[in-house]
Design a protein around this ligand. Structure first.
Ligand SMILES: Nc1ncnc2c1ncn2[C@@H]1O[C@H](COP(=O)(O)OP(=O)(O)OP(=O)(O)O)[C@@H](O)[C@H]1O
Ligand SMILES: [Mg+2]
Length: 306
């Protein structure tokens, strides 16, 4: 039996298609933004055979109603047993240049890759002091997974709708949570159940979430120690250590040249001047931004004092 809500969705889609010229306006199909239906829902309707894809690229999937979808809209009896749904979730494919912009941290890269390639979820939490590229890791993964599969959250700013509804609506495969330690208690409770996966869990009356699609959780925090033990237990926790002096030099030079458009000579000078004075990459970025006006020496003096 097809869900009533899915039939409604197909009807909305049919109305959209009827009110536009599909050949002229939507030659490559329409996307989720056009019909205002979450990508995960569309890909489910596609897997069940009600939609077909006209076009596919990394950033856009163009759909249109399939013959089966049209039959449903027309109210014809549909023999769904004849359709073989591909229930396998699309596997995440990771590009070779994932984490290319992150210098060092080789084992963290390996761990995250292995976690994402695993058959079943291994959740990973990156812990450690500021400015060690934790957020950068989450960004890179989000970009690689794409907006259909990944949801990005910041603990201190979780949406009003709440984590539960967000995941129920969008059915992501990967959940990225930055500043995990600042997440509110309700979202935290939801997260604990989701991370165990597979079961039918109930948040509020009338709202059930069937996590048939496995969910990977990747998170970052400055403060692993303040997290509840049951939350910590659900993660593979990887603590990033502050950079050694040699690492700091390498990272600073790399970041300044690649991301701040600093010349290699100036980057070298800044790295040398800060060597032994700070381990914070952000400090080097500030110096690089002030240096064109006041020079490196003065910039260091103004920012760090004597
Ligand atoms: N290994 C690295 N490779 C590339 N960039 C780095 C590296 N380490 C630090 N950075 C740079 O330092 C800055 C801070 O990085 P990021 O925001 O990812 O740190 P964080 O670990 O999330 O810090 P916080 O705990 O304060 O949130 C960014 O500009 C980033 O480019
Ligand atoms: Mg961060």
């Amino acid at each position: 039996m097809m869900k009533e809500s899915d039939i409604q969705l197909l009807n909305e889609i049919a109305r959209f298609e009827d009110s536009h010229d599909m050949v002229k306006e939507y030659k490559i199909g329409w996307g989720w933004r056009h019909v205002r239906i979450w990508p995960a829902t569309l890909s489910r309707l596609f897997k069940d055979g009600y939609l077909e894809t006209v076009f596919q690229s990394n950033s856009f999937t163009g759909y249109r109603l399939s013959d089966l979808g049209k039959k449903v809209v027309a109210g014809e009896k549909v023999d769904v047993t004849g359709v073989s749904p591909q229930l396998e979730p699309q596997k995440i494919t990771l590009p070779d240049d994932l984490f290319e912009d992150i210098i060092g941290h080789d084992e963290v890269k390996e761990l995250l890759r292995a976690s994402l390639m695993a058959e079943k979820p291994v959740h990973v939490l990156l812990g450690g002091p500021p400015a060690l590229a934790k957020t950068l890791f989450l960004w890179d993964i989000e970009r690689a997974c794409g907006e259909e599969k990944a949801i990005w959250l910041v603990g201190s700013a979780t949406s009003k709708a709440g984590l539960w509804d967000l995941v129920a609506q969008r059915e992501p495969q990967v959940l990225m949570i930055d500043e995990l330690d600042k997440m509110n208690a309700a979202d935290m409770a939801a997260l604990l159940s989701m991370m165990e996966g597979g079961r039918l869990v109930r948040a509020k009356v009338g709202r059930e979430l069937n996590l048939s699609q496995a969910l990977w959780v990747l998170a970052a925090t400055n403060r692993v120690d303040v997290l509840a033990p049951e939350l910590r237990s659900r993660f593979a926790i990887r603590r990033l250590n502050p950079y050694s002096r040699a690492e700091y030099l390498t990272v600073v030079k790399g970041v300044l040249v690649r991301r701040e458009d600093t010349s290699p000579e100036l980057a070298e000078e800044i790295a040398q001047r800060l060597d032994g004075r700070t381990q914070d990459v952000r400090e080097a970025i500030r110096v690089a931004r002030l240096a064109p006006q006041v020079g490196v020496e003065k910039a260091v003096h103004l920012l760090l004092g004597d």
